[in-house]
Design a protein around this ligand. Structure first.
Ligand code: UGA
Length: 434
């Protein structure tokens, strides 16, 4: 199969590279000349474990290339994926579809022969209809089938998720696309990954429903954690106790400082907006959004409480700035609100993150340290906001010797109470008895 991937951002790049690895011929296209030039030199613009090697291997094998030229690559393709950004529109929270529609127009001008156009970007219900309308309006002779094929990749585990998916969802209204999409996913299909064919609108909704459900699940356990603190119960045992019920499932029940990232906050908001527009409000999701928004600042207040209620003039070290480990992504990271709350309280913050500091510098004005111990130097408290593996085995004796006061606030529950307190630390975590 000849495949064009329009948009070489996170989803486009990972999907394009993985399709090439399946044996297809893939061209990843982007308007950003700098990005394409970097990719041609083998420089990967995002941090994603395993991606660089996979790019190198597939470029070398001649199956993967990068280009800014939409025309040539679209004309030669059987399948064209649209994987451009759909950010929240400023002001109203709806998904901004201008990049998707611009891509549709450009594709329409250059398609040759029967071509399957696939939306991989996360788009509201009905976007496929509009993409199809734009293509037919721009080029009435175009012979296309417009398909929805949402992506369920997690940052930091994207390649694994792509190659071993729980399911592949394909929404189409034109049966000719069915065999083409089966061929595109052939290696996974042969490995028994379920290919779920639905109508296009259903597929578009599945993506939002999945992310909203997961965001709700996290928010549920976060509220349980707060309740655990009040009643003297342990949220990790509650998670295990309910998660072993197959109907509930054990995943996404880790209490923490609230969900962040480029997907859950944006997608829950867009779903709530769409639902309001159709006069069918999704109140569980509206509530999830507001609980999660409040939680991030509440976590800052939790740190302040753990330090005796007043942080004016104090120094606080924050470990982990990205919205989760194994990414350099700072978008909607809880660390931003936590740090802001601490700064508003009059504290000075020093931060360290293994991969996210370049991006963090764009959004938070703090002192950056080159490692965890340097961040802790002279600090009145140490706060773990993101559970990078390298924070799971900290040398507490060393930390204690460099800190001004041995206080640890662990917003990800990566330690046990006794293993921290035995070193003389005052330890606060989420939803567990002191
Ligand atoms: C999420 C979904 O998990 C993917 O399936 C989906 O494809 C993707 O969004 C997307 O729509 O593109 P991602 O945002 O990369 O993936 O990250 P997650 O691993 O889902 O984590 C999201 C947030 O939830 C993080 O801030 C994480 O710390 C938090 N989280 C997750 C918890 O607080 N507790 C948990 O138990 C799980």
């Amino acid at each position: 199969m000849h495949i064009t991937m329009i948009g070489s951002g996170y989803v486009g790049l990972v999907s394009g590279v993985c399709f090439a690895d399946f044996g297809h011929d893939v061209i990843c296209v982007d308007k950003d000349v700098g990005k394409i030039e970097a990719l041609l030199k083998g420089e990967i613009p995002i941090f994603e474990p395993g991606l660089e090697q996979l790019v190198t291997d597939n470029v070398r094998a001649g199956r993967l290339s990068f280009s800014t030229d939409v025309e040539t690559s679209v004309a030669a393709s059987d399948v064209v994926f649209i994987a451009v950004g759909t950010p929240s529109r400023r002001g109203d929270g709806h998904a901004d579809l201008s990049y998707v529609y611009a891509a549709a127009r450009e594709i329409a001008e250059h398609v040759k022969g029967f071509t399957v156009i696939v939306t991989k970007s996360t788009v509201p219900v009905g976007t496929g209809d509009e993409v199809e309308r734009i293509i037919r309006e721009t080029n009435p002779d175009a012979d296309v089938a417009v398909v929805s094929n949402p992506e369920f990749l997690r940052e930091g585990a994207a390649i694994e998720d792509f190659k071993r998916p729980d399911r592949i969802v394909i929404g189409l209204n034109d049966d000719r696309a069915r065999s083409v999409m089966t061929e595109v996913y052939r290696p996974l299909y042969l490995n028994q990954a379920p290919l779920l064919f639905t109508a296009r609108r259903t597929s578009e909704l599945i993506k939002y429903a999945a992310n909203a459900f997961l965001a709700m699940k996290i928010t549920f356990i976060n509220e349980m954690a707060d309740l655990c603190e009040k009643v003297g119960a342990n949220v990790q045992e509650v998670s295990r106790g309910i998660g072993l019920d197959g109907r509930i499932g054990a995943k996404f029940l880790h209490a923490g400082p609230g969900y962040g990232g480029s997907c859950f906050p944006k997608d829950t908001l867009a779903l709530a907006k769409t639902a309001q527009d159709y006069d069918s409000p999704v109140r569980l999701i509206e509530t999830t959004i507001s609980i999660n928004d409040n939680r991030k600042r509440a976590m800052g207040r939790k740190v302040i409480a753990a330090m005796g209620g007043d942080v004016r003039g104090k120094t606080i070290a924050v470990l982990g700035l990205t919205f989760k480990p194994n990414t350099d992504d700072m978008r909607d990271s809880p660390a931003i609100s936590v740090i802001q709350t601490l700064q508003d309280g009059g504290a000075t913050v020093t931060g360290y993150d293994p991969e996210g500091m370049d991006n963090a510098r764009q959004v938070i004005d703090i002192t950056y340290a080159p490692d965890a111990y340097r961040a802790a130097q002279g600090a009145d408290a140490l706060v773990i906001v993101t559970e990078w593996n390298q924070f799971r085995a900290l040398d507490f004796a060393r930390l204690k010797s460099v800190m001004n006061a041995p206080v640890l606030v662990d917003l990800r529950n990566i330690y046990r109470h006794d293993e921290v307190t035995k070193h003389g630390f005052v330890y606060t975590s989420i939803g567990r008895p002191m």
